[in-house]
Design a protein around this ligand. Structure first.
Ligand SMILES: Nc1ncnc2c1ncn2[C@@H]1O[C@H](COP(=O)(O)OP(=O)(O)OP(=O)(O)O)[C@@H](O)[C@H]1O
Length: 779
């Protein structure tokens, strides 16, 4: 809709006026930030002068303690308000750049017309008038949900109704209106076109100005315990999830902190890719992790989890014998029945069969595993598991104290005492002074000195044992898990899928061998940790209020069940696309199994069908790679046809990529060459790096690099690039039907240009794509 020139001038005047006020406030705030900063520095500098330190009498010690605490509190209060004020300055700076992106005119019956301007944060003038409303304020919801005409929105005091007489969108940069549209639609396409036509960045941007109606449902849902979003590639799942976090932090600002929200993302690159969205909206980032990292932290140093890289490479490089048996093992160990079997088994061993370790010292058994087992079973099953283990640990520690005493007289202690050098001796001596009320205590007899030193030596050696006991390391979890694997058919509520006994024994053998190397397969991670948690009674994370899981289609049922177990009181938001499965757990009815697993009554399902990331020709092409991709809706954005380039050999592939990538890089800093596996990428890198400036992204990389990058499919998950080139999508390279979703995921990373290169005949997965949807180039 055309907007009259006068009106444009009027609006620009209002922008100028708002920016002016924002800048003035920023200046004032900056001055007070400096003041608070100076105060904090002063307190820190004079910390010890301003506290009363006197340790003569117990009363003085208490007073000193209080004085230090008060001073520390004062300091942290100042530092907090400094941090807070600095955040506000940053928000004001962003508002000065672009104060708002929308205006709606709203009229309630018998009330004057209100002009509501909406931006990334609210801005109030000295007369307490809202010059800008936060996009999350209740009234702003009309902008996202409604079209001009009768509208209503919910406030904490109930519904308000009225008429929206105007809906206007702005694109403002550096205080200048660059574009302005009046729209009769929910969110006008012109604005969206503007946004989507922009170039990719190494960081994701926020979408507050153009949130779509169905995305808004995800963002503003404050009620559901389980919110499940099934959305096509590029439909804005991740974007909506992040805006949702910002919304929740605003809506529940008195009761919800960013640390009480955790997001599980597919890999570390993705973590950094999304890390700026919330800070840009003036919010702190939630906790962010990958399932692997999270699990590794629960596992501790005893085992190292198979990396993302190994997991994928082992499976896709079919020449590895491992690929064959693992597919089935992964399916089984990731099933809910298997997870349930862990629980039944754990209940069973509460009565009999728990495995312990001897507590050994200097090659001898101090407390035998049988003794520990006896001790454990002496506490009946009426004790809760955490209590029972706690009591066992206490009893072991008590026994250790007695044994330590006995050790003091042993020969090895004498021998060590003789070997003590002056340094060690002094250390022991100083230690003897610790906690002593009278300073300057002396070893007044040789025996006393000897006795003391002996005790010190034994204590030092026993400290490690005590630590292990406190961490329940007397439980032999590894053997227990192996025992479980052997007995699992007895605990499953359905037969072991297609396994024959000897096949199952082979899997157990492989698992054991791997664990002997202190490694653990990804599919063993959940059953192993869960078994450990049930046996030790480890607590789950009850304080987490929201758990977000992105790329849910790559989670097994067991992983999901485990997350539910870990976060029993959390609300879950899950985002996924069954068409982007790359690990192939084969969950066809992902949604059904999730709802069943989570057992949620208040479950909400939102489907996002429209794909925004790519140009229309790219989406049309990628949609055809899928069987049953009809559900995906195209967003009208012009662009070139994708190119399928057939080259005769690998050397010509390298030549072509080098040439094309150089061309593309001239107009964009975001060019990605995506290979199926890392092995393939490394191979290409060896040649390409001689011809052009290129970065190979590996598992260790935690940040996306600008320019031309080379990365394997599983690291490209969730990311997007202006231009994408797919490495060798040939008939030989993509043979299996199950790789359809993998190829789809890779191709859908492209925003503006897509090149699929094939050495020889392209994969059959492209057979159904109509010829007119791409340009075929034979080299
Ligand atoms: N309402 C919107 N306004 C502007 N841009 C949008 C909107 N929704 C999505 N986008 C853009 O579309 C692209 C894809 O979004 P996003 O990565 O959130 O999708 P996704 O569903 O998580 O994708 P995938 O599953 O393929 O990883 C991003 O560039 C995002 O900025």
């Amino acid at each position: 809709m055309d907007i009259h020139h006068d009106e444009w001038i009027e609006e620009q005047k209002r922008v100028d006026d708002t920016v002016d006020k924002v800048k003035r406030k920023e200046e004032n705030l900056k001055a007070s930030v400096e003041l608070v900063k100076a105060e904090a520095t002063e307190i820190r500098k004079n910390f010890w002068e301003d506290v009363t330190v006197n340790l003569d009498e117990p009363d003085d010690v208490a007073e000193t303690h209080t004085s230090i605490r008060q001073q520390a509190e004062l300091l942290s209060e100042r530092e907090r308000s400094y941090g807070h004020a600095e955040e506000n300055v940053k928000t004001l700076r962003r508002l000065a750049y672009s104060p708002y992106f929308a205006r709606i005119d709203f009229q309630e019956a018998d009330e004057p017309l209100e002009k509501i301007y909406i931006g990334i944060a609210s801005f109030i003038n000295e007369k307490d008038e809202h010059l800008v409303y936060d996009w999350r304020a209740p009234i702003s919801s009309i902008y996202y949900d409604g079209v001009p005409g009768p509208v209503s929105y919910q406030t904490p005091d109930g519904f308000r109704e009225g008429e929206m007489t105007l809906k206007r969108q702005f694109l403002i940069r550096s205080g200048k209106i660059e574009a302005m549209f009046d729209t009769g639609m929910t969110i006008g396409d012109e604005m969206l076109q503007e946004m989507l036509g922009e170039k990719a960045n190494t960081y994701m941007k926020n979408i507050v100005s153009t949130i779509q109606e169905e995305q808004n449902r995800i963002i503003r849902d404050a009620k559901s315990n389980l919110l499940f979003v099934q959305g096509a590639a590029g439909s804005g799942k991740t974007s909506a999830a992040l805006q949702r976090i910002a919304f929740l932090l605003y809506h529940f600002r008195d009761s919800l902190q960013a640390e009480q929200i955790i997001l599980f993302s597919p890999n570390k690159l993705f973590n950094s890719y999304i890390s700026k969205v919330l800070p840009e909206l003036g919010e702190n980032n939630m906790q962010q992790t990958t399932f692997l990292d999270y699990a590794q932290s629960r596992l501790g140093p005893a085992f190292e989890v198979e990396s993302l890289f190994e997991q994928f490479e082992n499976r896709v490089n079919d020449e590895l014998a491992e690929a064959v048996w693992r597919k089935e093992a992964i399916r089984l160990k990731g099933s809910k029945s298997f997870f349930n079997a862990v629980q039944s088994y754990a209940e069973n061993v509460m009565n009999d069969g728990l495995m312990f370790r001897d507590i050994r010292f200097r090659g001898e058994t101090l407390i035998g595993k049988e003794t520990i087992a006896e001790l454990f079973y002496s506490y009946g099953s009426s004790y809760s598991m955490p209590n029972r283990m706690n009591l066992v640990a206490k009893e072991i520690l008590r026994k250790l104290a007695v044994l330590a005493k006995e050790q003091e007289k042993s020969e090895w202690v004498e021998a060590e005492m003789e070997l003590l050098d002056r340094e060690d001796y002094l250390k022991a001596y100083r230690h003897s002074q610790k906690g002593s009320k009278k300073e300057g205590i002396r070893f007044d007899s040789f025996d006393k000195e000897k006795g003391f030193l002996a005790k010190e030596i034994v204590n030092q050696h026993f400290a490690r044992l005590k630590r292990m006991v406190k961490r329940y390391r007397f439980i032999n979890l590894k053997s227990q898990y192996m025992d479980f694997l052997k007995k699992v058919p007895d605990f499953m509520d359905q037969p072991l899928l297609s396994f024959k006994t000897e096949e199952w024994s082979r899997i157990i053998k492989h698992t054991e061998e791997y664990m002997q190397k202190k490694r653990i397969y990804m599919e063993d991670l959940v059953p192993f940790l869960f078994l450990g948690d049930l046996i030790t009674g480890k607590r789950s994370q009850t304080s987490m209020k929201h758990v977000f899981i992105d790329e849910i289609q790559d989670y097994s049922e067991a992983q999901l069940a485990y997350l539910k177990f870990l976060f029993p009181f959390s609300k879950f938001t899950m985002l996924g696309d069954i068409n982007q499965t790359i690990y192939g757990f084969g969950q066809q009815n992902l949604l059904d199994s999730i709802v069943k697993l989570m057992g949620e009554e208040r479950a909400e399902i939102v489907r996002l069908k429209k794909s925004y990331r790519s140009t229309l020709p790219i989406t049309r092409f990628t949609k055809e790679i899928l069987k049953g991709g009809e559900e995906i809706e195209l967003f009208e954005r012009d662009g070139d046809l994708p190119i399928v380039a057939v080259v005769p050999d690998k050397a010509s592939q390298i030549e072509l990529i080098a040439k094309q990538a150089k061309e593309l890089a001239k107009e964009s800093r975001s060019v990605a060459i995506i290979g199926k596996s890392m092995k393939e990428c490394e191979e290409a890198y060896n040649y390409l790096s001689e011809k052009l400036e290129i970065t190979l992204m590996g598992e260790k990389n935690t940040e996306l690099t600008e320019g031309i990058i080379l990365l394997p499919s599983y690291l490209a998950k969730g990311l997007e690039f202006d231009h994408v080139m797919i490495l060798n999508a040939s008939k030989e390279r993509y043979t299996e039907e199950s790789e359809r979703t993998l190829l789809y995921t890779m191709c859908t990373r492209a925003m503006h240009h897509l090149y699929v290169i094939s050495v020889g005949r392209p994969t059959h997965l492209l057979d159904d794509v109509p010829e007119e949807y791409y340009e075929l180039r034979q080299y």
